[in-house]
Design a protein around this ligand. Structure first.
Ligand code: HEM
Length: 271
């Protein structure tokens, strides 16, 4: 194949970056009892949002979730709007207008006590058929907040060195590396994280523009799990952060890891 044709084809493959499957936003809130009366439940009802707390193997099409802080662990990026957030409201829909309108109204209600970060779900970039089967087919689906009460938000950016790489080189970091004798040298992202597949419900929003502008995150990673999944979440993060096992993390800068509990209602955030 002529080089120009190959390059054109390669660029075409990457244009799947343009496709958006879903829109979502996290509202990081500073709470005070006086905020209890704020009409978030009415807003949710008006936009037809279903509470994710009731999920039973399927994430609602138009979703809202209420998350209460347990703790925040520092990352490389200092972000007080996240590490000091007492609660997080998540809102998601297939349609950008719903998420945007909800966020506009909520930010008018909360003023300086809210920081909103939004993102989009796009088709996977580095996942072929076999990886699809390995990493997604047996992954745990979203369950009720009673079954899987724990949440972790791990926002992050990748460095300019990462973004300077061709997508084919970036792709290699998601797979294990072997020498010519077949001995495994590195696990790579998917294998290092594999113990999490049956335990962690996971969702990643990407910034609408990649790489994200200064001060924004490239990725908003979110996880839910049962009590038994908490040590597995920590084990998976430790494996991903171990650059001897997963060299991809050399290019990662993490914001704070925010840990919380799923609340069944807005009012429960104040109990
Ligand atoms: C629980 C087990 C996990 C599995 C099986 C898994 C697997 C994968 C796979 C296969 C991809 C490639 C997606 C694509 O084709 O675009 C990916 C991307 C990604 N994963 Fe994971 N992952 C897991 C956990 C995690 C965790 C714990 C984090 C963060 C702390 C994380 C952060 C990301 C990010 C940010 C991307 C997008 C990277 C990019 O596009 O450069 N993953 N993951």
């Amino acid at each position: 194949m002529a080089t120009e044709v190959w390059i054109a084809k390669r660029q075409h493959t990457c244009s799947m970056e343009d496709k958006i499957l879903r829109h979502g936003a996290y509202l990081f809130l500073r709470l005070h009892v006086s905020k209890r009366a704020i009409a978030i439940p009415q807003l949710a009802q008006r936009y037809g949002l279903t509470n994710e707390f009731e999920a039973d193997g399927r994430h609602p099409d138009r979703a809202i979730a209420f998350l209460r802080k347990v703790e925040a662990m520092a990352g490389n990026i200092d972000d007080r709007s996240l590490s000091h957030a007492d609660a997080v409201v998540h809102v998601a829909a297939e349609c950008a207008d719903i998420v945007r309108a909800f966020c506009v109204e909520a930010s008018e209600m909360f003023g300086p006590n809210v920081r909103i970060r939004s993102g989009v779900v796009r088709p996977t970039l580095y996942t072929g058929g076999a990886m699809q089967q390995f990493a997604y087919e047996n992954q745990v689906r979203q369950q009720s907040g009673n079954t899987m009460p724990h949440v972790f938000l791990v926002p992050m950016c990748k460095t300019s060195e990462w973004w300077a790489k061709d997508w084919m080189e970036r792709h290699t970091y998601f797979l294990p590396r072997y020498n010519w004798r077949g001995a495994k040298l590195k696990d790579g992202h998917a294998l290092a994280a594999a113990p999490g597949i049956p335990h962690l419900y996971r969702r990643t929003y990407k910034h609408q523009v990649m790489p994200a502008p200064q001060g924004e995150y490239d990725f908003l990673n979110y996880f839910e799990c049962a009590d038994s999944g908490v040590p597995i979440f920590h084990e998976v993060c430790a494996a991903l952060r171990d650059q001897r096992r997963n060299p991809e993390w050399h290019f990662v800068r993490e914001g704070p890891t925010w840990r919380g509990h799923r609340a069944s209602t807005w009012a429960e955030l104040f109990d």
